[in-house]
Write a protein that binds this ligand. Structure first.
Ligand SMILES: [Cu+2]
Length: 192
């Protein structure tokens, strides 16, 4: 989402800072790509995401290995920073990690957003207390194929974070998902 927004801002900046060419000149190059049905960066709903504003709770079923994309190292088919989840600040989040990858254990935790990801994590400290599955760095004792694990935490700090698989090599290979905590109470998912 952020990348798209930045790209748009950059393009706008380039246009705005142009050298005064007539505005009615058609832009050179290929026509812009058609917009997909769901605009990137716009929060939407999904059957795996439920928010209850009265109870101030969010329920997420996070499926690892949903598709074979990225060698099954994905959440809901998303990897490499695509997609994302936004929850309102202060809400209690119940997240169930479901591992459908036929080959490999996975984990998930809420961590700081990084520009690049280390191959291995020597220490895992989640941003929110309780916001990480058990044995998150272990290939043999994390959430194994066919297993699931539920964690519960309170998203008590607004900001831009990430849902990270801490198994060695996985985050570096793209197995992470943007996770935002909104001070404005926004909730939803981005699925592309
Ligand atoms: Cu993984």
């Amino acid at each position: 989402m952020r990348i798209k927004v930045l790209t748009t801002a950059l393009l706008f900046g380039l246009v705005a800072c142009g050298d005064g060419e007539p505005a009615d000149q058609p832009a050179p190059g290929p026509a812009p790509a058609e917009q997909p049905a769901a605009e990137p960066g716009v929060l939407t709903t999904a059957e795996w995401f439920e928010v209850d504003h009265d109870a101030q709770t969010v329920s997420i079923e996070l499926i690892a290995g949903t598709t074979s994309a990225n060698n099954y190292w994905n959440f809901h088919g998303l990897f490499g920073g695509r997609g994302g989840i936004t929850v309102p600040e202060g809400y209690t989040v119940t997240l169930t990690l479901v591992n459908r990858d036929p080959n490999m254990g996975h984990s998930v935790g809420v961590g700081e957003l990084m520009a690049t990801w280390p191959n291995s994590f020597t220490q895992v400290t989640p941003v929110f207390e309780g916001a990480v599955t058990s044995n998150p760095t272990s290939m043999t004792e994390s959430t194994l194929p066919g297993e699931s694990e539920t964690i519960t935490f309170t998203a008590d700090q607004a900001g831009e974070f990430a849902l990270i698989c801490y198994v060695i090599g996985h985050a570096a290979s793209g197995m992470w998902l943007p996770f935002n905590v909104s001070a404005e109470g926004e909730a939803g998912v981005i699925t592309s």
